[in-house]
Design a protein around this ligand. Structure first.
Ligand code: PEP
Length: 267
């Protein structure tokens, strides 16, 4: 089965939900989505570190995969305030989100740092979810494609063809994310996903490169989720605010699933 025969839908709860909020959210999401075949849906939630342990005890990974919002590239050492891959493994999480725009633009992470994190995540058997995207300034200079290619070529520089089979990518234009974000329209997002897919194919070959899921993120909401998912190159959605209430997230899941099946001709 191709990896792209299922839709990828997930949320990063940033620094918003407490342990209790996370547990309540996950329980509700788990109940609401219990009947949806996981052959068709890869559902994931990326809570705060402090909630990860309880989160793992709350939901089974066959139903909801869990991720960490960040991770140190070293296993141990003098890295005050960092979290090691071994610590995350101990909890039993699945995904490491790497290079979210807030990590890059507020915390100053570079493509070289993301590269080290991608390699560490792969070494420990996690799925690295590498987030890439251009700033508004870069978009205005019309260098978005070059920026995306650099972020991929540096971030995935040490990844082998075999390892590329477990990579996920999120295209999150910086200008589209968060309360002040303007969502990318579906045509623009699809075009950039095409650039990302061409770059992945150039890096890992047709079979492996074209099978890497590329998710769109940045002010996804109940109105634009459907047109986005109808686009050929968009394999899933990485949602912030509009997914933080389980019932709202479920409504988006319900609305895009049939469109995804139609697009991939799954009956
Ligand atoms: C994000 O922070 O990655 C994100 C996509 O958030 P939002 O959907 O709220 O723009």
């Amino acid at each position: 089965m191709r990896r792209l025969d299922k839709i990828y839908l997930g949320t990063n709860t940033k620094m918003y939900k407490s342990i209790a909020d996370t547990v309540e959210f996950l329980k509700r999401l788990d109940d609401l989505t219990a009947d949806i075949s996981r052959n068709l849906l890869e559902l994931f939630v990326i809570p705060s570190y402090t909630a990860l342990d309880q989160a793992r005890r709350t939901v089974k990974e066959e139903y909801i995969k869990l991720g960490a919002q960040n991770m140190c590239w070293e296993d141990e050492g003098q890295f005050t305030g960092e979290i090691s891959p071994l610590m995350l493994k101990e909890i039993g999480i699945n995904i490491i989100e790497i290079g979210h725009s807030e990590r890059r633009h507020i915390m100053g992470e570079t493509d070289e740092i993301e590269k080290k994190k991608v390699s560490a995540a792969l070494r420990h058997g996690f799925t690295p979810l590498l987030c890439i995207g251009e700033t508004l300034e870069q978009k205005n200079y019309k260098i978005s494609d070059e920026i995306l290619k650099i972020q991929l070529k540096v971030g995935l520089n040490e990844v082998t063809e075999q390892e590329a089979k477990s990579i996920w990518i999120a295209y999150e234009p910086v200008w589209a994310i968060g309360v002040n974000g303007i969502p990318a329209d579906e045509g623009y997002a699809n075009e950039k996903h095409g650039i990302i897919k061409d770059t992945l194919i150039a890096m890992f070959g047709k079979d492996i490169g074209s099978d890497i899921p590329v998710l769109y993120g940045g002010s996804v909401n109940p109105q634009n989720a459907e047109p986005l998912i109808k686009e050929e190159n968009i394999d899933g959605l990485f949602i912030g605010r509009s997914a933080w209430q389980a019932d709202n997230f479920y409504k988006i899941i319900q609305s895009v699933l049939p469109l995804f099946k139609e697009k991939r001709k799954i009956f």
